[in-house]
Design a protein around this ligand. Structure first.
Ligand SMILES: Cc1ncc(COP(=O)(O)O)c(C=O)c1O
Length: 409
């Protein structure tokens, strides 16, 4: 090679004065639920006995047969790197479970196993959304959707829903929000934070609409097994629209496995391949033993899922009952997931409480009840309470809230 063909290294452009970090990290915020968890942890460390309605995670232990599969994987030295998208057995378990429950027909190559459902979402958005692309997001939304879209450089198009209609999204509203720049529509049903469930008819219309307009529909179905009204359906079962549908799933809530970090995506082969490529340059595969535990979860008896769902339903009814006893608070009836989203606007503006962030802080410090302010989910009149706690905690937390709000009024 002659000296003249040597390519000089390209110098990085000079950083803006005072700038330390890349722009993209400035476009996101620390997850609000994690901020609440950190504040609560501080009080707990001081010995304060909290009732924690903050964390969105099951209070149940991971079922025995799932733990046993992980122990067997450790004892059997199943401890090496695996193929990035997950061993074929775990991907087969995912597609078989989905086919049995929802009538979908995904191939193993149309599935990727990820480190939690959140990474499935993150990777999907990173491979689909470019700077300036629009992503339609129904409000109220799970906190991470907004930040993950913004991290990718996308523009969030917020779609308001109606509290009187249980915050339910409709095909009509989505159609009106579509522009030539729409790249992705996000749907989360049952939803976090309001537990709303899109009607079967609207889901079908939304899937078809996305397919006709060549827009990707990202369906976050991480609460699909926690639906209390009607049989759950998956957007992945509309076979004719598969080319534009990406199902995001998680074992976290279904099998009480939040800390294991087990999630997945099902979708068109090119999208799944691109997500796997991205994963190959970040986390690589999910932990090998988690893959074995997940096979046990997905292929074993689903009775544990039914039992947990039955208890969540009782907890939901209990917390709704107790909230109805607090004057001024109203609450929609969630049809899925394990959150209630009470409207607390009657208490804002009083005693100097300007918004739900201040209200949640006061509730934490004065009543020792952990909640998440509605501002984190895009609304200004609500707090989110997770009822994935013991029945005793629901009673105690409700008692403390009643005292707290009575003192405020
Ligand atoms: C709507 C929604 N999607 C995805 C996730 C991610 O779950 P995980 O990463 O634990 O699978 C959560 C967790 O709270 C959620 O509420």
């Amino acid at each position: 090679m002659s000296a003249s063909t040597i390519v000089a290294p390209v110098a990085n452009p000079p950083a803006a004065p005072g700038k330390i970090f890349a722009d993209r990290i400035g476009r996101i915020e620390v997850s609000a639920t994690m901020a609440v968890t950190a504040e609560a942890a501080k009080l707990r460390a001081q010995g304060v006995k909290l009732v924690d309605f903050g964390a969105g995670e099951p209070h149940f232990a991971t079922p025995r047969h799932i733990k046993d599969a992980a122990i067997a994987a450790i004892e059997g030295n199943f401890s090496r790197y695996t193929v990035v998208s997950g061993i074929p057995e775990v991907r087969k378990a995912i597609v078989d479970r989905h086919a049995a429950d929802f009538g979908s027909d995904y191939a193993v190559e149309e599935a990727v196993f990820t480190t939690g459902g959140k990474l499935a979402l993150f990777n999907a958005i990173q491979v689909l959304v470019d700077h300036g692309d629009e992503v339609i997001l129904p409000v109220p939304y799970w906190v991470s959707f907004k930040d993950i879209i913004q991290y990718a450089g996308g523009k969030v198009v917020y779609l308001q829903t109606d509290e009187a209609e249980n915050f339910r999204i409709t095909a009509e509203a989505i159609e009106k929000a579509i522009t030539p720049k729409t790249r992705v529509i996000i749907l989360n049903s049952p939803s976090n934070p309001a537990g709303s469930v899109v009607s079967p008819d609207d889901l079908e219309r939304i899937v078809k609409l996305a397919h006709e307009r060549k827009i990707f529909l990202l369906l976050d179905e991480c609460y699909v097994y926690l639906q209390y009204k009607g049989a759950p359906i998956s957007g992945g079962s509309f076979l004719e629209a598969k080319e534009h549908v990406i199902v995001l799933g998680s074992l976290s809530k279904t099998y009480a496995m939040t800390g294991w970090r087990a999630g997945f995506a099902l979708g068109p082969k090119p999208v799944i391949a691109a997500m796997s490529k991205l994963q190959s340059q970040s986390t690589s595969s999910t932990a090998s033993l988690v893959q074995k535990a997940s096979i046990a979860a997905l292929t074993g008896s689903q009775e544990c899922v039914c039992d947990m769902r039955a208890d969540y339903l009782k907890l939901r009814d209990r917390i709704l009952d107790r909230l109805s006893e607090i004057p001024g608070i109203t609450c929609t009836v969630p049809e899925g997931a394990f959150y209630v989203y009470p409207n607390v606007s009657a208490y804002l503006g009083k005693t100097g409480i300007a918004n739900t962030t201040q209200l949640a802080a006061k509730l934490l410090h004065e009543a020792h009840v952990v909640s998440v302010p509605g501002e984190a989910f895009g609304t200004h009149a609500h707090i989110r309470l997770s009822y994935a706690v013991s029945h005793d905690d629901v009673e105690e937390g409700a008692r403390r809230m009643k005292d707290f709000f009575t003192r405020l009024s």
